[in-house]
Design a protein around this ligand. Structure first.
Ligand code: APR
Length: 340
């Protein structure tokens, strides 16, 4: 998972480089800056003095001193003046230059705070959007683990509309009666395709109200299902990548999965990834719900209405939103594990 969100104090995060939300003097301050200077110890201030300051949007590195990292990368975010003074470009530059500097220092992992979103008053949701867009663009061309370290839950500010709509969807679906529906559905969807016959299907329709498209799937793609009944997760994934004309790199980058894990899946036909990884690939391939359920079942899991993670995934897929980073923000906001 190359980009993850973590709720923590950044001075406690172990990475090759920790990024500091500094000011142009580089001589310390409050917030993250103060916390890092306190945790690193006095040697840091001496080295910062010798750097001679830093421009807004630029980044400079020092040693990590007593912090659990090799380097501290100091970057100066823009002060928010309403969005009309080039703030977005400067903030983008902070993330990009810090990442490029970390890569040039041979770092394999970097932790960021939400730059400018505190004292500098950059709206947290806009700051997070700039951060995620810039980091995910960098990760398309580089292999690195990047942690967005968020000091409080408020930092992941889903738009109020999305938050309310998602909460309503969860409330509507995350209920006991879903258990009954789910028992019926999984009995139908997981029964060997050969077991289906018109009679079985008729009985099944009475047993549990299925979404129409799932019933159509049962009806219309039985031959298809039979063809791939014994396909493993790895075989189905590689087949779908080919069928969509994607490259392996495009697929695992879009899934927020690292290269090493993908290589394991590709080379071991019987490899069973974690559920979050199987779901991430379904999103990268932009599968619909029945196809997603089928791919996830090949990894040994099912998507039900008995847990919020599954319902949130269903919410985004049924609305055609396959952006893994956006979905991770929603999962983080609802205290669910992330995908990738
Ligand atoms: N770990 C992780 N995140 C933190 C921590 C911490 N220990 N402390 C604060 N944060 C979060 C804040 O909640 C905010 O979301 O980091 C984000 C950035 O807040 P600031 O530290 O205030 O940084 P910024 O908004 O960029 O302002 C920089 O503040 O501290 C001074 O010297 C600094 O003048 C500079 C200005």
């Amino acid at each position: 998972m190359p980009l993850i969100f973590e709720r923590n104090d950044i001075t406690r995060v172990e990475c090759d480089a920790i990024v500091n939300a500094a000011n142009s003097s580089l001589l310390g301050g409050g917030g993250v800056d103060g916390a890092i200077h306190r945790a690193a110890g006095k040697g840091l201030l001496e080295e910062c003095r010798a750097l001679g300051g830093c421009e807004t949007g630029d980044a400079k590195a020092t040693k990590g001193y007593a912090m659990p990292c090799k380097y501290i990368i100091h970057t100066v975010g823009p002060i928010w003046h309403g969005g009309g003074c080039g703030e977005e470009g400067l903030l983008t530059s902070c993330y990009r230059k810090s990442l490029e500097l970390a890569a040039s220092l041979g770092c394999e992992s970097v932790a960021f705070p939400l730059i400018s979103a505190g004292v500098y008053k950059y709206p947290k949701d806009k700051a997070l959007e700039v951060a995620v867009n810039t980091i995910s663009a960098f990760l398309e061309e580089h292999d690195m683990l990047v942690k967005m370290v968020l000091f409080d839950k408020r930092a992941v500010m889903l738009s109020q509309g999305l938050y309310d709509d998602l909460k309503q969807f969860i409330d509507d679906n995350y209920a006991d009666e879903a258990l009954r529906r789910e028992a019926g559905r999984s009995a139908i969807l997981n029964a060997p395709a050969a077991a289906f016959g018109a009679f079985a299907l008729k009985k099944a329709k009475q047993a549990a109200p299925l979404y129409e498209e799932e019933l159509e799937l049962c009806d219309s793609s039985l031959d298809e299902a039979l063809k791939y009944l014994d396909e493993s997760f790895s075989q189905m994934l590689l087949r779908l990548i080919d069928e969509r004309g994607m490259t392996d790199v495009q697929c695992y980058k879009k899934a927020n999965v690292d290269r090493k894990l993908f290589s394991k899946i590709r080379s071991d036909v019987d490899y069973h990834p974690k559920k979050q990884t199987a779901v991430a690939f379904a999103l990268a391939l932009e599968l619909d719900m029945p196809q997603t359920r089928e791919l996830v079942s090949k990894a040994g899991y099912s998507l039900t209405h008995t847990n919020k993670f599954d319902i949130i995934i269903e919410y985004f897929i049924t609305r055609g939103n396959y952006n893994v980073f956006e979905i991770n923000e929603a999962l983080f906001a609802f205290d669910q594990c992330l995908i990738g």
